[in-house]
Design a protein. Structure first.
Length: 112
């Protein structure tokens, strides 16, 4: 059986979040949580929270062994981009794109 959790409109770049998610894909949940806990990046904290939520969702399903859960997949899609402008020299302006992410963690029961 599978369990999933989603966090939408998170203020982190999808490219940076995918770098962190690649480290824990396919690992047992306990190992993945330890790696994310000690990774000093902002996306690691966000993915850790979504992983805990997916684990809590799995606990609600009947007949699932939570200790045997494995991170099946972490999907990070691009959300809407906030567009801002920064004043520059000689009356010019520069675009600033503040990117957002939709993060989905899928847990499965069983081995890698």
């Amino acid at each position: 059986m599978e369990s999933r959790a989603t966090a939408k409109f998170m203020r982190v770049s999808p490219r940076k979040a995918r770098l962190v998610a690649k480290n824990v894909n396919g690992l047992p949940v306990e190992d993945a949580m330890n790696i994310l806990k000690f990774t000093p990046n902002k996306p690691a904290d966000i993915i850790f929270g979504v992983l805990r939520s997916a684990l809590a969702n799995a606990e609600q399903l009947p007949g699932i062994d939570v200790d045997a859960m494995v991170v099946k997949q972490i999907v990070i899609n691009e959300g809407p981009t906030w567009k801002r402008f920064l004043p520059r020299a000689q009356g010019r302006a520069t675009k600033i794109r503040k990117r957002t992410s939709h993060i989905t963690v899928i847990l499965a029961e069983g081995q890698e």
